[in-house]
Design a protein around this ligand. Structure first.
Ligand code: F6R
Length: 597
């Protein structure tokens, strides 16, 4: 979704070239998904804007002559209100072109505000909700002639979930406001960054201040330095400077063709990082889960499939029943969520709007919130009563890979902690990490060949039973996201209740069939598809004639099969996308961090 980055330089002598910095920081945000971009500088008593649709990767240098500027704002837009056009790209300006704004999120009352502003003589050029913000600040500015006051007054009238950064041609600083969408301030030796995401400035600094909802930050240059003040409800607040644990190198391709393949291959290492959990804390969390009257997982997309696997694990290992509700539907069940409910939210980004909305509602009803999160200090992490970090490091490819696997590892550790076998699980999974490394190396070529055979198909079906059913869903989601092939994942037993009508000659059916408690029943369902002409691809450690092609997985203890099944499924979708000439890192229409409902 939209990415914000802004920079204010500390002093003239030691300044960085702001144009280059903003472009490179914007490029690091493009993984979030975008369709247009824009940059604004304060210089020569004016605001200067450049924006465009499409790819910022090809823009080498803007050559606007504003290397000497000390203040700039930049944005990658993921269209919500209004089409993908240059005019709709941010920054947006007020009538006099003196105020520029970049924004992430949605201004829900923009229509009413726009009508009022038009009545007051303002004219608009874009279809966006964002454009009301500079005009509203301009309107307030008319009354007080002070940008800082005008900004603070304007934001009081905005409704919705958003983050905003604004500059004024006569104000030697940057004004920011967070209300529902992430905003973090990076403190480097030469200046301050403001961004939606630490990845934008990770190569400059690891020191950060995370804004909370309803906080306004004003960064203002004085004689030799920058003054940073943060307010909440008109009261000044002191915030802690946090150290970011990620490394810049982790967010680079390191010679790989795509982030996706890099992130698939580095899974054995990221699994080892997921295992770095404090045993005592895990046991405490596990005991609270066991004690809770009602446990509900909530999550979206891939994270929800991890939660479904968690549900099977809790039941199988510890006989603890829980439910999984997709986050966008969760608040419709809030009548049944109360103080006896424990909600476990699973999220890579910790910023997914649907998840945040659902848990806020649950919290209001008195529920306890635990979360399994990858991004440190994310909003979800800060809203939760307890957090377990998955330690997958930065995941840049839009499609989740290593973050999913690490979510599974945490769920295994939790399930085993419930029966006091944390260390047993940890040592088993440590061995499995090595097995996965070998399996990826050995499988690569074969999967690439299978991908070549099936790349032109229009429909895929993925089936599995029990714990493997969510793996089927995740395999199908990965394929459709990056190769744009229609794919459905479902419990194998459900196929004959409708979907089997769609199986034709050579329709690929991917069967998740490890030699576990589901094997023979799943095989029967595979045969039913074969009898209708399907091209059956078995993901298995136990060959059978029904399979037209086999993706071999290593033999492991039955319960751990999901950990060795996932990389082959990810590789299959990766190679199909590459064979179709697509860039798997940046799938169309998708965003890494879905910060709108
Ligand atoms: C799929 C994918 C999405 C996310 C979903 C939730 O590859 O990445 O389905 O899993 O948008 O995102 P998080 O986990 O950040 O809450």
């Amino acid at each position: 979704m939209c990415g914000i980055v802004a920079y204010i330089s500390r002093d003239l002598e030691k300044r960085d070239k702001i144009e280059d910095m903003l472009i490179s920081s914007l490029r690091r945000l493009t993984y979030r998904g975008y369709d247009s971009w824009g940059i604004g500088f304060k210089g020569n008593n004016k605001i200067h804007i450049i924006k465009n649709v499409g790819d910022i990767e090809n823009v080498n240098k803007l050559n606007l002559g504003f290397e000497n500027s000390l203040i700039g704002i930049a944005h990658t837009r993921w269209a919500t209100h209004g089409g993908v056009t240059k005019i709709n790209a941010h920054p947006h300006l007020c009538c006099k072109k003196e105020i520029a704004v970049v924004h992430n999120g949605i201004i829900e009352n923009y229509k009413e505000l726009k009508e009022e502003l038009i009545k007051n003589g303002h004219s608009f050029i874009s279809e966006t909700d964002t454009e009301v913000i500079p005009h509203l600040i301009e309107e307030k500015y008319k009354l007080c002639n002070n940008f800082e006051i005008a900004f603070k007054e304007a934001i009081k009238e905005l409704k919705g979930s958003f983050a905003i950064v604004a500059i004024h041609k006569d104000f030697d600083g940057i004004a920011c406001y967070r209300n529902g969408a992430p905003l973090v301030i990076g403190i480097s030796s030469n200046g301050y960054f403001v961004s939606s995401d630490v990845v934008a400035f990770l190569n400059y600094t690891k020191k950060a201040i995370y804004l909370d909802d309803e906080e306004v930050a004003i960064l203002k240059r004085n004689e030799r330095d920058i003054e940073l003040k943060i307010w909440k409800n008109e009261k000044e607040v002191k915030k802690e400077i946090k150290e970011i644990s990620w490394n810049f190198e982790e967010a680079t391709k390191l010679g790989y063709k795509h982030f996706m393949i890099k992130e698939i291959i580095e899974q054995p290492e990221s699994i080892r990082n997921a295992l770095m959990q404090n045993e005592k804390e895990m046991l405490e969390v596990a005991m609270e889960i066991l004690r809770a009257k009602q446990v509900i997982f909530t999550a979206c997309g891939t994270s929800r499939y991890a939660a479904i696997i968690g549900r099977y694990l809790f039941s199988k290992v510890a006989r603890k029943f829980c439910d999984v509700i997709m986050a966008s539907e969760f608040h419709y069940f809030s009548d049944s969520v109360d103080k006896d409910t424990l909600v476990i939210a699973v999220s890579q980004s910790g910023e997914t709007a649907d998840v945040l909305f659902g848990i806020k509602k649950a919290k209001e009803n008195g529920a306890k919130i635990f979360s399994i999160v990858n991004v440190m200090n994310s909003t979800l992490a800060r809203l939760s009563d307890k957090v377990i970090y998955t330690n997958a490091g930065p995941e840049i490819c839009v499609a989740a890979t290593k973050s999913f696997t690490n979510q599974l590892v945490v769920l295994y550790l939790l399930a085993y902690s419930m029966v006091n076998k944390f260390e047993e699980a940890r040592s088993n999974i440590r061995k499995i990490a090595e097995i996965i490394k070998k399996s990826i190396e050995e499988n690569n070529k074969n999967i690439e060949e299978i991908a070549r055979k099936v790349k032109d198909k229009d429909h895929f079906y993925y089936i599995g039973r029990g714990i493997n059913f969510a793996m089927a869903n995740e395999g199908a989601l990965k394929l459709k996201e990056i190769s744009y092939i229609h794919a459905e994942g479902m419990p194998a037993g459900e196929l004959k209740h409708g979907t089997i009508a769609l199986i034709e000659k050579n329709t690929p059916v991917v069967v998740i069939a490890p030699k576990d408690y589901t094997y023979y029943e799943t095989l029967s369902n595979a045969m039913e598809t074969k009898a209708r002409g399907a091209f059956v691809i078995g993901v298995t450690d136990y060959a059978h004639d029904v399979f037209d092609a086999i993706i071999e997985i290593p033999k492991v203890e039955e319960i751990f099969y999901p950990l060795v099944t996932i990389a082959p499924l990810q590789l299959l979708s990766y190679y199909v996308a590459v064979e179709r000439g697509l860039n798997p890192d940046k799938p169309r229409n998708l965003a890494k961090s879905v910060t709108v409902k």
